[in-house]
Design a protein around this ligand. Structure first.
Ligand code: MRU
Length: 359
């Protein structure tokens, strides 16, 4: 028997869901077109979900994981219909393809691994109800983890602080509520945070398009800055904490996150601004010894050569577009997870934290 999904209660500033299961279909907010339009896509097959992850209809490490879990339900439905006796074998290539949809966020592989465990747990008959309940458990646990991290992270922040966040780590990037943006939500509700600054997060503009949209929906005031303004913001003493999410945390605490996170962490240390990484334990990868072993996704040159669909660089120019960078553990003041806070992370401290995670 698996653990039942936790109940999700109503709390302030928690209106948005990027990933939903609705009448037997996977429903996603199309994040490629926000904030111009709020539109949903309805998906029926794993291949469509894998493409949605690669093309950033849905993005953000935990949201990718939750989407992948529901995608496995879609694949099981198809494979069972085609071959009720051999679906467990037939679904293998689907799982492998799905796990490759994006390389850096370890939550994708983690969620596929959780679903694979259920597939080979000796299901008899139609696998959909059992797999759907596992996907819904993963989804609900992600929201519960985010709310817990919100409380733990907000507790570290002094009253009336200014904070800076990078990329989008909110409801759009998770099962709901958000990781770093969950701390912003909880900190704002508790009157710990009085001013929120968001990096626009060039080139894909997760900060300008998604974080700003999300906070406006929730009624939390936000001030957008160009990424290159972050250091000057710190120099002015306007922020006490930088709060970011993670796509993968290596066993020694080195953290992969959206490109630009590393330079923000370097600037924060120089200006004595604290640096907080907020991520569920499903983002901690004890099989990756340090940041140098984390695969970094390189995306299309077009994302850098264009702005809002308009070419901004001359023809004949090349671009380099790494989607993530690695912040060394020594620049991180606190890693906040649902199992507790690790201050000044080390290999030993993370190993102790991960002992609290049962499998
Ligand atoms: O390329 P993206 O938009 O998927 O990158 C997202 C990030 O880097 C987030 O900071 C990270 O996934 C944490 S989201 C809670």
């Amino acid at each position: 028997m698996s653990t039942p999904a936790p109940q999700v209660k109503e709390i302030p500033y928690d209106k948005i869901r990027a990933v939903e299961w609705e009448t037997g279909r996977l429903k996603l907010i199309d994040q490629r077109i926000l904030p111009a339009r709020l539109e949903h896509l309805y998906l029926d097959h794993l291949l469509d979900a894998a493409y949605a992850i690669t093309d950033m209809v849905v993005r953000g490490a935990p949201a990718i994981g939750v989407t992948a879990a529901y995608a496995v339900v879609l694949a099981a439905r198809d494979r069972y219909q085609e071959n009720p006796n051999g679906w467990q074998k037939a679904i293998q290539p689907d799982l492998e393809l799905l796990a490759l949809a994006r390389p850096t966020a370890v939550n994708l592989r983690w969620a596929v691994g959780q679903m694979r465990g259920v597939i080979y747990s000796g299901i008899v008959g139609d696998p959909v109800p059992r797999l759907l309940s596992e996907a819904q458990r993963i989804h609900a646990e992600d929201i519960a983890a985010n709310r817990r991290m919100g409380e733990l992270g907000a507790a570290l922040i002094a009253k009336d602080s200014g904070v800076l966040t990078h990329c989008n780590t909110g409801a759009l990037a998770t099962g709901g509520y958000g990781t770093a943006l969950g701390v912003v939500r909880a900190g704002f509700a508790a009157e710990k945070i009085k001013k929120v600054f968001a990096d626009e997060t060039r080139p894909w503009l997760q900060g300008a398009r998604l974080t700003a949209w999300e906070l406006v929906q929730e009624g939390i005031p936000v001030t957008l800055i160009a990424d290159s303004a972050a250091t000057y913001l710190m120099k002015q003493g306007k922020v006490a904490w930088v709060i970011v999410g993670a796509d993968r945390i290596a066993a020694n605490g080195d953290t992969a996150n959206k490109i630009g996170t590393y330079m923000t962490a370097v600037a924060a240390r120089y200006h004595k601004v604290k640096f907080m990484v907020v991520a569920p334990t499903s983002t901690v990868d004890m099989n990756t010894p340090d940041g140098s072993k984390i695969p970094i996704e390189t995306r299309a040159e077009a994302e850098v050569l264009n702005f809002g669909g308009t070419r901004t660089a001359p023809e004949g120019v090349q671009a380099w577009n790494p989607a993530f960078d690695i912040t060394p553990a020594e620049l991180i003041d606190a890693i906040v997870t649902e199992k507790g806070v690790v201050e000044k992370p080390t290999r030993e401290k993370l190993a102790a934290l991960m002992k609290k995670v049962k499998n």
